[in-house]
Write a protein that binds this ligand. Structure first.
Ligand SMILES: Cc1cc2nc3c(=O)[nH]c(=O)nc-3n(C[C@H](O)[C@H](O)[C@H](O)COP(=O)(O)O)c2cc1C
Length: 335
């Protein structure tokens, strides 16, 4: 049973933080499908949070139904991070996470995210001071290093452990790699061998088979999934079904049922109505286009729908087009 401090993570599966993706609607959607142990918010700038930016505070609303929930913060200034962590705790999440893995230039230039892996002294001070300021569990998420010949994940992992961090998550690519190449799971295995606090493996888990393989090959305590969940929001429930079968002595390799076209239609429309209700139209359209690309990937005539929606002017016509697309698919299926 995975525990992050006193928080039970059951099943040991975590929705990775993804800026522009893991907003309240998406987290709720994943939570309602089930099978996820912890959901994580999009990263939050410590500077913006401490500055009291209204948009950031709005972004940080969450509901009880999402729990356990982790809030991730990033920044380069220790005092600001400490202050941000205090604000995070006052909002009542279950876990606070520090981002030490973001490879985006905007974040790196501010010496935050993965740039902290190039300054382990600063990383250590930040972890120590944030830990002192918090009473809820603290986790740190990082990559393998900034660049190929400067991998320092084992050192950073040891720093986390020595300073009272409750668990770490590692995406084993360098910041320079961004998303190219493949995540090197052997590095997760090395981190797991080195530390006694829980280690979450992250990177390139696209199927239930991948998740089980990552656990078997690395010995990691839990699996964190990002992009796989955008293409298949049922992924957590599929992995959870396999894990619980293995726990009860059944065949963990036996296939779990795939979502039907009706399941997909219901999920997409539910999600899109949630977005449409909450967001001003321009942002909603942008978000819906992004998710439609992921959700309809691999479906017959999906490309046609994706082309069509680029031209639609508002959310209502967008929703109609998506409904029509699924109605046609269902008719074809029945024929
Ligand atoms: C659109 C997008 C946004 C992301 N935003 C964040 C973020 O806010 N914080 C963070 O630590 N990682 C972020 N990541 C990285 C993911 O959390 C994860 O580490 C990475 O995608 C590898 O896992 P995956 O192969 O399961 O997607 C982001 C990734 C994507 C694709």
């Amino acid at each position: 049973m995975l525990k992050i401090g006193p928080v039970t993570v059951d099943p040991p599966l975590v929705l990775a933080p993804m800026a522009g993706v893991t907003d309240r609607d998406f987290r709720l959607l994943i939570r309602r499908i089930g099978g996820v142990g912890v959901v994580t918010m999009e990263f939050i700038s410590s500077k913006a949070l401490v500055g009291g930016h209204r948009k950031v505070l709005e972004l940080m609303h969450f509901s009880e139904e999402e729990r356990p929930l982790s809030i991730q913060i990033y920044g380069s200034d220790v005092d600001t991070m400490v202050e941000a962590a205090r604000i995070v705790e006052s909002l009542g999440p279950d876990i606070c996470d520090i981002n030490m893995g973001c490879p985006a230039n905007k974040v790196l230039k501010g010496c935050a995210g993965a740039a902290l892996m190039a300054d382990l002294g600063l990383a250590e001070r930040m972890i120590r001071e944030v830990r002192k300021a918090l009473s809820i569990p603290l986790t740190v998420k990082f990559r393998s290093g900034v660049r190929e010949n400067e991998k320092c994940f084992l050192e950073l992992g040891r720093i986390c452990e020595a300073n009272g961090v409750d668990a770490v998550a590692m995406h084993p690519r360098t910041a320079k790699q961004m998303f190219s190449g493949r995540a090197d799971w052997t590095e997760v295995a090395r981190l797991k061998e080195t530390l006694s606090i829980p280690v979450l493996g992250n990177g390139d888990v696209r199927s239930a088979e991948d998740a089980l393989r990552m656990m078997a090959e690395t010995g990691c305590d839990g699996v964190m999934i990002g992009r796989g969940a955008t293409r298949n929001p049922w992924l957590f429930s599929q992995i959870a079904a396999r894990l619980s079968r293995a726990d009860s002595g059944g065949d963990s390799a036996a296939l779990v049922p795939e979502p039907t076209i009706e399941d997909r239609r219901d999920l997409i429309l539910t999600h899109f109505r949630m977005v449409a209700e909450r967001e001003p139209s321009r942002f909603a359209l942008h978000k819906l286009r992004k998710f439609t690309g992921w959700y309809t990937h691999g479906l017959p005539h999906g490309a046609k729908l994706r082309r069509r929606i680029n031209e639609l002017p508002d959310v209502e016509t967008f929703l109609e087009a998506v409904e029509e697309f699924f109605d046609k698919l269902l008719v074809h299926q029945a024929a």
